[in-house]
Write a protein that binds this ligand. Structure first.
Ligand SMILES: *Cc1c(COP(=O)(O)O)cnc(C)c1O
Length: 455
């Protein structure tokens, strides 16, 4: 076997040329997305007023296991990829574990997370189809930043509806988006009917993600050559993120690394789904026996405590209905929770795989997550994003189990991004003011009560 380098970087030639379409491999498909008016499965024609044509096709593709990454997009990917697969030697030593720990680090680009993989793809297709403006919403800001970078590269105008309170609390995120030429509109705003209505009712509101989504959708629908883009949950977003897993698979095959456990954090499911796709595909085909673990915050436990039901993707209840693990679109996540992973629902592909027992889910509390994050930062030098640190926390737990049992397992986890824009959260952990919040069953019932009666 070849010596394994500390950091595994694939060469430009080894970069994957295809995404991996899990739906072509799954034994049973996820139930289809439903039109909110007719409750019939969405057709491509239903999706194209809102989404680009190619993305709508990808969303509905259940046939092609490999989908080619177009050359015009490869030129962007070559700029930001490959991302390294790193052996966490120092962390292993600090934990005194016989386990081998690797992490796939998606934070090496300026936007600081994996979101750029799908942002670039979506903007590329929009450009090909003659779209001139894109709209989106952003809460924590990673998606807006990634999209602004991609839009500046391909020459498309970008309007980002940023939850007002976030735009005030995260001025640096706003500055990056604007540096790349994106326009940030604090939401609710007076640029849309929804926004004006909400402002009239509640002029002091700090806004919400649900409201920002509704504003972005309204603007996309009424602006010529404009489309709306989304950064997680949907099948085509997960598809683009499989570049992470394809690279990881190539690196593992090249160096004879055989993971026993693969771990990722789950918000809407795109980085975890993207990392494990080719591996869980092999598992479905009976070629491995890897244990897959998705990690979510205890404060927003869609998989571990949610229901598998049809639900809306947005609080405004305007999106198509998705069959997914959900806390209900009316679920209000705890405001004290740091960073992302606050979404009420979950990727329909991952939801189906979870329902069928292909992977397990765990929930963790944020103070424990930050404890692991700080340990990792001190050992490995990288300041991890709070979201990614959920995966890291469970990787550490598993490595400690190996120390106790003496098993020499190989663990790979997804380090989806860096934490430079989350320093307020680190500050509250460092000064001891960070608290945990676990919703009660009663809290969750309030969210479930907002589920539409479909199935
Ligand atoms: C957005 C984000 C996530 C959560 O989104 P997924 O779609 O579940 O991957 C995780 N990590 C980072 C760094 C993010 O920016």
């Amino acid at each position: 076997m070849t010596n394994i380098p500390y950091k595994i970087y694939l060469s430009e030639k080894e970069l994957p040329k295809h995404w991996y379409n899990l739906k072509a491999v799954m034994k049973e498909l996820p139930p289809p997305m439903l039109h909110p008016g007719t409750l019939k499965p969405c057709t491509k024609e239903d999706l194209t007023p809102l989404f680009c044509e190619k993305l709508a096709e990808q969303e509905l593709n259940t046939e092609d296991k490999y989908i080619e990454i177009p050359e015009g997009l490869m030129s962007f990917y070559r700029m930001i990829r490959p991302s390294p697969l790193i052996r966490a030697y120092n962390l292993e030593k600090a934990l005194g574990t016989p386990a081998e720990i690797y992490y796939k680090f998606e934070g090496t680009n300026t936007s600081g997370s994996h979101k750029l993989n799908s942002a670039a793809a979506q903007v590329y297709y929009a450009k090909e189809e003659g779209i001139t403006t894109l709209t989106t919403e952003t809460g924590a800001g990673q998606w807006g930043t990634a999209l602004a970078m991609a839009c500046s590269y391909y020459g498309i105008d970008l309007l980002v509806y940023m939850v007002k309170i976030s735009s005030e609390q995260k001025p640096y995120r706003k500055a990056v988006i604007e540096t790349y030429g994106g326009k940030v509109i604090p939401s609710p705003s007076d640029t849309t009917e929804v926004g004006r209505k909400i402002l009239a009712e509640n002029p002091e509101t700090g806004g919400s993600l649900g409201c920002a989504i509704s504003e972005a959708i309204e603007t996309a629908m009424k602006t010529e050559n404009c489309r709306y883009v989304l950064g997680s949950v949907l099948d085509h977003v997960l598809l683009h993120q499989t570049i992470i897993g394809m690279e990881t698979k190539t690196a593992c095959d090249k160096y004879g690394i055989e993971p026993d456990i693969m771990i990722g954090c789950v918000g809407g499911g795109s980085n975890f789904g993207g990392l494990i796709a080719p591996f869980i595909g092999d598992r479905i085909e009976g070629k491995n026996n890897i244990q897959f673990i998705g990690v979510e915050p205890a404060s927003c436990p869609s998989l571990t405590r949610g229901r598998y039901a049809y639900d809306f993707g947005d609080t405004g209840k305007t999106s198509p209905l998705l069959k997914m693990y959900t806390l209900g679109s009316g679920f209000i996540p705890s405001p004290n929770h740091a960073g992302g992973l606050r979404y009420h629902g979950m990727s329909p592909i991952l939801s189906k795989l979870y329902h069928d027992g292909y992977f397990e889910a765990r929930s963790v509390e944020q103070t424990k997550v930050f404890e692991a994050a700080v340990k990792f930062a001190r050992c490995e030098g990288i300041l991890p994003a709070p979201e990614s640190s959920h995966a890291l926390k469970v990787a550490v737990d598993e490595a400690i189990k190996c120390r106790e049992s003496g098993e020499k397992k190989t663990i790979i986890f997804g380090l989806s991004g860096t934490g430079y824009f989350d320093l307020t959260a680190y500050m509250s952990y460092n000064d001891g003011s960070m608290t945990d919040y676990i919703p009660t069953d009663e809290d969750l019932e309030k969210g479930f009560a907002t589920l539409p009666k479909v199935d």
